[in-house]
Ligand binder design. Sequence first.
Ligand SMILES: [Zn+2]
Length: 120
Amino acid sequence: MKEWQGNIIGAIVITIIGIGLILWANMIELPTRYRTFLGIPYAVNPEFVIVSYQVVTLLFFGVLLLGFGLGILANTYSIYRLEKKLGRPPQPMTRFCPQCGSAVTEGARFCYKCGKQLET
Ligand SMILES: [Zn+2]
């Protein structure tokens, strides 16, 4: 198993849990007489404050996990691209530039060293 394959599973799980917590926070029913702003309730009432803390805590951890998950996904994509780049087999240096004698890869159109156009 390659590096990015292991990471992507963990990243997706963390992202899903984060979204789940945010959805859960939005499903908690608040007494209708309390007002909310952007889904976060505000009012001062002992009974209400307990509910409010639940919602805020869930939102906090939801956003935190979502951020972690998306961050790891972004990193994983970089690792994936890097591995793909490094995993490419090197082109054989089978030809030589007629002008300067440098080794050039098969199919190259120009010499890497002197820039002379090569016959293909
Ligand atoms: Zn050359």
